[in-house]
Design a protein around this ligand. Structure first.
Ligand code: ADP
Ligand code: MG
Length: 701
């Protein structure tokens, strides 16, 4: 045997490489984890009379007629009739076999009168059922190996199943790749098959394997694959966490001098979960390793004050704080809120976003660099190259799920590079997207999480109404009455279709302007403002300020108000075309009301012809206001990939395991990860390499 490393690349036919890349296959090795979607039984021969379009089957018949045709393009066509049909019955069904690439051997094999057995997918052709490029059964049997069940792999245009099977077969021959990297103790405890057996069963199922169990992915072989995938995820997350723990951060212990003054002037007392979350963050800050804490609390649970108090601890200890929000609007609100809370206290706050005039931007940047500002509040502009901090101690990221991993990573490296002693800053992230336990255990396993699971007292529940848009006039009348009695309302413009995205901002503007004009006409005497994404930051801020001060009564807005906006007197919310919004978005939007002491109402206008998922979503949002229930339903309807997105989770999405359905495996993988960390026989690098190394997304993250 040669000791040369196997040149993996060379095994892939160069012509297929770009197409295989679309399937996520870059090396021959990747075929091992490219599992079949389903299996075909090629031992069963189907009579021509019983064929149905869409199925892949073996058919037997007699060639009645065959010829080369030239229109619309050169092709060889053969007409097959049932073997027991003597040709006298013109009405008996026939099957057309069609070849666009053909060689003399095919013409020879399909001569009139020949008995043939072919395998292929049945389609609806112009002249009845047909098969394009069917394979002769002899070849089919070879391609399928000896088994009864032939795997059907996820494919892409231009890569035939036969090629996929051949390549998978080649990959299966490299012994090293099939090695079981898990100690038997782990797999036996989970009653999982060995890796070799799992691969064998999935790629070349034995004749007696249960097709149902294989295709529903509940077969033990599948459980082994999912377990390994989840284990790799757990191990990778632990590595990320360990890496951070190895970094040094300034231990921060606040004196309490300023925060005590802030607490005294607050018109409320912190709830118990707020106090708990704050204490957890404070304990992290005091350690010499960077905090990576996610502060999770439903919309309106009061995360900002917790972050503000943590920020003050850093300021008291002589460090700077960067407070980052995903939109200018939200950053501005934080700026206003903190400025208000900290007025007359010895804390300098700087506002820093990309839209500042050049001179002001420069001044703000140098205030950070020279250590003159204590808390810099802004958008991701805070972490552009030109901004550096003299003594950055804490980074607060609001609505963290809105930021991509890249931004989060940029932000971390920023702190390290800028600080003289190469210290990493502590990070406190906030999110109103409640993470179901299953997701928290998998995707967020590397974060410490504090949960605020109680809304501040005195809040009134929100009533949600589903109203068909044909009853819009009634809604308008109702809002007008409410406004006349002193209430304020948000009126949210319809979301723009993904397909229209190119011109999204224009369409958004048109929609918003049209809606505004319509409402102005329908509600004379009401002060109605318009807020949309195309406006300049200071325009937006002025409009928000007017609304916050009750100088305008109805705010027609695009989803720019989705996150974080806080106007307690606003107690009505109307959402146009609610069926177009996702659950998380509806929940966020609805969370803009119900913040004051009066009861709030959210009206969801919907158009007819709802899709099934839209119906499901509206039902969920109608039935509950609990963020966790909504997130769980969202997960059920959409799957974790979309709920978190690979970019947002910072990890490649899972291909095979489903954190909700396979929760038992998530837990098992988590325990196994702990156990394996201290197992000298376990080759973690090799194991991670199998699952993660070749993954494109991970390389980037
Ligand atoms: P979110 O968690 O959605 O970011 P905010 O921090 O914006 O929520 O808080 C929502 C509102 O509740 C704000 O007006 C805030 O001042 C107020 N608030 C925060 N904590 C409390 C509390 N313990 N009691 C009463 N009101 C509170
Ligand atoms: Mg908030």
């Amino acid at each position: 045997m040669t000791t040369e490393p196997i040149p993996e690349q060379t095994y892939l036919p160069p012509a297929l490489r770009p197409r295989l890349a679309k399937l996520g296959i870059e090396h021959l090795r990747d075929f091992l984890l490219h599992f079949p979607l389903r299996y075909e039984d090629q031992t069963q021969v189907r009579p021509i009379a019983e064929l149905v379009a869409g199925e892949s089957v073996v058919v037997e018949g007699v060639v009645e007629h065959s010829e080369t045709q030239f229109r619309p393009r050169r092709q060889f066509v053969a007409l097959l009739r049932a073997t027991d049909d003597d040709g006298g019955n013109n009405f008996a069904p026939r099957l057309t076999l069609r070849y666009f690439n053909f060689y003399p051997n095919i013409v020879q094999a399909l001569k009139p009168g020949a008995h043939v057995r072919v395998f292929g997918e049945v389609r609806d052709g112009r002249y009845g059922l047909e098969m394009v490029h069917p394979v002769f059964k002899k070849e089919a049997a070879e391609a399928a190996g000896q088994g009864r069940l032939t795997p059907v792999y996820p494919a892409t245009a231009g890569v035939p199943q036969a090629a996929l099977r051949t390549l998978a077969g080649k990959a299966r021959k490299v012994r090293e790749w099939q090695a079981d990297l898990l100690p038997p103790a782990v797999t036996v405890a989970q009653r999982l098959p060995t890796w070799q057996v799992a691969l064998q069963v999935l790629h070349e199922p034995p004749p007696d394997a249960s097709v149902a169990a294989l295709e529903s992915r509940s077969h033990p072989a599948w459980r082994r694959v999912k377990f390994d995938e989840l284990l790799a995820q757990q191990l990778a997350l632990r590595d990320a966490k360990a890496l951070r723990a190895g970094e040094t951060a300034p231990p921060i212990v606040g004196t309490g001098l300023i925060s005590t003054l802030l607490r005294q002037r607050l018109p409320f007392r912190l709830t118990a979960p707020q106090e708990r979350a704050l204490a957890e963050a404070m304990a992290d800050l005091a350690r010499p390793a960077p905090m990576t804490r996610l502060l999770q609390g439903d919309v309106g649970s009061g995360k900002t004050i917790v972050a503000a108090l943590a920020a003050l601890a850093a300021v008291e200890a002589g460090y700077q704080v960067a407070f980052m929000a995903p939109t200018e609007l939200l950053a501005e609100q934080h700026f206003n809120k903190l400025s208000h809370w900290l007025a007359d206290l010895p804390v300098r706050i700087t506002w820093l976003t990309g839209s500042l005039p050049a001179a002001e931007l420069k001044a703000a940047q140098s205030a950070c660099t020279r250590g003159e500002t204590h808390i810099a509040i802004g958008t991701h502009a805070l972490f552009q190259k030109k901004v550096s901090f003299a003594r950055l101690g804490l980074v607060v990221v609001d609505e963290q799920h809105r930021f991509g991993v890249e931004q989060r990573l940029a932000l971390r490296s920023r702190g390290q590079r800028d600080s003289e002693r190469a210290l990493a800053p502590h990070t406190l992230m906030m999110s109103a997207t409640p993470i179901p336990r299953s997701l928290a255990m998998s995707y967020y396993a590397d974060l410490d999480v504090s949960i605020i699971d109680e809304l501040p007292g005195g809040r009134q529940p929100i009533t949600t109404r589903l109203v068909n848009e044909v009853r819009r006039a009634e809604v308008t009348r109702r809002i007008r009455e409410a406004v006349q009695q002193g209430a304020q309302a948000y009126w949210v413009c319809p979301l723009i279709d993904e397909s229209e995205r190119l011109a999204a901002q224009d369409i958004e503007l048109q929609n918003a302007t049209a809606l505004h004009a319509e409402l102005v006409a329908a509600m004379p005497g009401t002060r109605i403002a318009l807020l949309h994404g195309r406006m300049k930051a200071d325009e937006k801020a002025a409009i928000m300020a007017d609304f916050a001060a009750n100088r305008t009564q109805v705010l027609v807005a695009t989803t720019v108000i989705e996150v974080g906006v806080d106007v307690p007197n606003a107690s009505w919310m109307v959402i146009e075309h609610a069926e177009r919004f996702g659950l998380a978005q509806l929940h966020q939007l609805r969370g803009r009301v119900g913040r004051g002491s009066v009861a709030s109402t959210c009206i969801l206008l919907f158009a007819d012809k709802l899709s099934d998922t839209a119906k499901q979503r509206l039902k969920v949002i109608y039935e509950t206001t609990d963020g966790f229930t909504i997130a769980r339903e969202d997960l059920r309807i959409r799957g974790p990939g979309e709920l978190l997105g690979p970019r947002q989770s910072g990890l490649p999405s899972l291909r095979y395991a489903n954190v909700e359905e396979d929760l038992d495996l998530v837990e098992a993988a988590r325990n196994a990860a702990t156990q394996l960390e201290s197992d000298p026989t376990f080759n973690k690098a090799a194991f991670l390499d199998r699952w993660i190394k070749s993954r494109v997304e991970f390389a980037r993250a």
